[in-house]
Write a new protein. Structure first.
Ligand code: SAH
Length: 241
């Protein structure tokens, strides 16, 4: 079963958004497992898990002794899972990274608070530093929820309609087309005629062209990747001809 181990100073933040809707239902049905470890239970010295930084500076830094004690309680196969530390210094995650993580047995995550964690935790345990965007949160808990939620919805038998996952933004380097529902006219704005035509070939064509236009306009980085992918597949077709 896919498992997320989350080390945090604020266990009460969980399950949070992971306890609702399809992801929450799947958690209750044991289709995936959430193991929250409260770092406060592992004081490095007296009642303290964090200390002021050596060399001076503001805030507190999580002691490596606290993390070591907490980590040692994981089972052997849990210890070998991929490790992620959330940090604004990290590499930004994308949908391909999420798919890789969802295809693995699970992940161990460390949520920072205050000034973060002692660098030796990250070096000794080989943590990947991951950011969820160029902005600063006050803790890694929301970042952990975002990454876990994105992974769990890709696991088999979690989202009822797998077609909805196949059409998601970023699949094949394109953003999703516009969506419409009832009523057909809202405050003078109509749903495009082709969407109401019932002609599914035409609807697919329209949606695909919309996806391309939106991607080209909003995300030139993705659009370049899409073009490169297309060129590669055309070259491959020519070679096998
Ligand atoms: N002084 C640190 C920021 C500490 S913010 C720095 O400048 O790098 C406290 C914690 O919030 C971090 O340790 C990290 O776990 C989390 N965090 C903050 N911003 C984040 C982001 N963009 N992505 C992921 N985690 C983040």
């Amino acid at each position: 079963m896919w498992q997320a181990n989350v080390f945090t100073v604020f266990p009460e933040a969980f399950p949070g958004s992971l306890g609702v809707s399809v992801i929450g239902k799947a958690l209750k049905l044991n289709k995936w497992n959430l193991n929250i470890i409260d770092l406060k239970q592992f004081p490095a010295k007296l009642d303290r898990i964090d200390f002021p930084p050596f060399g001076g500076g503001a805030g507190m830094v999580l002691s490596p002794l606290t993390f070591e004690m907490a980590f040692n309680l994981l089972g052997e196969n849990q210890k070998n899972m991929r490790k992620i530390y959330f940090s604004p210094r990290g590499r930004q995650f994308n949908q391909t990274d999420i798919q890789d993580l969802a295809d693995s047995h699970g992940v161990t995550m460390l949520c920072g608070r205050y000034e973060g964690v002692d660098q030796r935790i990250l070096d000794y345990y080989s943590f990947d530093e991951i950011s969820i965007g160029d902005f600063v949160l006050s803790g890694g808990e929301v970042a952990a929820m975002a990454i876990i939620e994105s992974c769990v919805r890709l696991l088999p038998n979690i989202v009822g309609n797998t077609a909805s996952i196949c059409d998601d933004s970023f699949k094949n380097c394109l953003l999703e087309y516009n969506q419409y529902t009832k009523p057909q006219v809202f405050n003078g704005l109509s749903v495009p005629d082709v969407i109401l035509s019932g002609n599914h070939e035409k609807i697919d064509e329209f949606r695909a062209s919309q996806s391309k236009k939106i991607t080209q306009k909003r995300r030139t980085d993705l659009w370049k990747k899409y073009i490169a992918m297309k060129m590669k597949s055309i070259r491959k077709q020519k070679n096998t001809f």
